[in-house]
Design a protein around this ligand. Structure first.
Ligand code: BJW
Ligand code: ZN
Length: 241
């Protein structure tokens, strides 16, 4: 596969590498994606539970959904693609991982520097005082969970219409424009502002390498679009880099 060889050469020569990951990187661990075949949002019910409005109306209902997803994610193990990015971080000190995922599998694989654009399902945040904390209990003993101040806590994730965690997008933008090679792995690249990092990196001169089972809005314009499973292609791409 000449394309893969060329992409590997770009990676080998680069000091500054960044990756943007999406739900597809965790699909082989058994965590469902959002869109596409088998995606969570193929059912109307799931998507409608991931909004601030529904949470305000019925926090228990929303928490039941998140509690189920936490159980499924806790049972999942990081796969070869997560592990390949840990190895890349070890070999390239200038590597930066930007993820849209909330499942914590990059942390569990051992990646140390992770910019989480859409939060983390293993963190909770108070709806009143803004306190935030880690809670990995599965299942949560009482729904909805409460903050020490007495108010209801919400999942520490970002829903549509909400701002991304402060400073994280700015740093991700900086990493994208500083990268010589920008990997885009397992994301449909339709959710903004995350998707905007792809053209941002390209305009700043990065070689953009996409790995996805299906074409995305950027497949025709990236420098290299590899079609297949992240857990197979990523270790191949990074071997010997
Ligand atoms: C494989 C594979 C395998 C499968 N190997 N590949 C600019 C333009 C247009 C709209 C907007 C804009 N700026 C903001 C917006 C609005 C909105 C937005 O983007 N809307 C568009 C969808 C139309 N964005 C927001 O609201 C964001 N906030 C924001 O912009 O704040 C500023 C603001 C506030 C108020 C007003 C205006 C501006 C927030 C976005 C939050 C996203 N939240 C979610 C849910 C997280 C919580 C939860 O899970 O419960 O994040 S949505 C969901 O989508 C989740 C994901 O992180 C995100 C991206 O999905 P991802 O990762 O790409 O997954 P999939 O399923 O879409 O794709 C999987 C891919 O993998 C597929 O391509 C497969 O082919 C592939 N694949 N198996 C390789 N084995
Ligand atoms: Zn509180």
């Amino acid at each position: 596969m000449a394309e893969l060889e060329e992409a590997r050469a770009w990676l080998a020569a680069a000091e500054s590498v960044a990756a943007l990951t999406g739900a597809g990187i965790s699909a082989e661990s058994g965590v469902p994606t959002y869109r596409g075949a088998g995606g969570l949002w193929r059912t109307y019910k799931a998507q409608s539970l991931e909004t601030a409005e529904v949470f305000a109306r019925d926090p228990r209902l929303v928490w039941e959904w998140y509690n189920e997803r936490r159980q499924a994610m806790a049972a999942a193990e990081p796969n070869a693609a997560h592990r390949a990015l840990v190895e890349l971080e070890r070999r390239k000190p200038g590597f930066n991982l930007i993820t849209q995922n909330i499942d914590g599998l990059h942390d569990r694989a051992g990646s140390a520097r992770i910019l989480k654009l859409h939060g983390d399902i293993w963190r909770l945040r108070c709806t009143a005082c803004g306190a935030a904390w880690a809670d990995r209990r599965v299942p949560l003993p009482k729904l909805p969970p409460h903050c020490a101040c007495g108010h209801i806590a919400r999942p520490g994730v970002v829903w549509f219409g909400e701002s991304l965690p402060e400073g994280v997008m700015q740093e991700a933008g900086y990493r994208a424009v500083s990268a010589e090679v920008f990997l885009v792995i397992g994301t449909s690249a339709v959710v903004h502002p995350a998707a905007g990092l792809v053209p941002l990196a390209a305009r700043a001169g990065a070689k953009v390498i996409e790995i996805n089972l299906e074409p995305t809005p950027f497949s025709d314009t990236v420098h290299c679009s590899l079609r297949g499973l992240a857990g197979e292609l990523l270790p191949k791409l990074l071997s010997g880099v």
